[in-house]
Design a protein. Sequence first.
Length: 216
Amino acid sequence: MLDPETLNRACGVPLDVVRALLQGRAAGEPDIHERFRQRLDLLHETHRKDNGRKYSHGEIARESGISRQQVQALLGGDRRPTMDHCARLERFFDRPAGFLQSEDAEALICALAGVEKTLLREYQEHSERNALAAAGAGRRPSLYERHGVDGIALRAALLPDRARTKLLEWLDQYMDECLGEGAGGSTDGPAPKPGDRPDPGPDTVSGGVTAGGGRG
């Protein structure tokens, strides 16, 4: 599900750093200009033309609006980029704003968010197909299908161990409150909305990667 090589291509973070961050270890390049060089090298290597060849310095210059000499210097690490350089190159390589200079942990978090979004969309499409099939066959949806249990499990699978434990504790507490009320899930306070999430802890940012480069 979380293939380091796929994440490496998606976020531009070096493969060894991706693996370290996914394992909860502090890692990452602290120098913003070195991060730029690493990611630009990766884009130049992996973002190919239809014939499989890399874009030449002249082609990048012509389509991005940066001079050929500057493109050559940027790719060679001989020139520090400006914000305009970054914006033009990100548009040329079809990458989001900030791709070339964001911190490694932040870049990986964005890539993980994309993975989560894709999985949830696929799950929703799968659930809709199952519901239509169930209606066509005249059978009632299963308990899991009616209550979205698979969706909860899918989200939990993307969390680090400590955050998953927090989620289970929150669910247990909420279910105990519902059973205690004996009124079909009503509580003294407002019920959680579908988008609400329990607090996984102060050090968890997103997708299992912590602000310091690790995870819980």
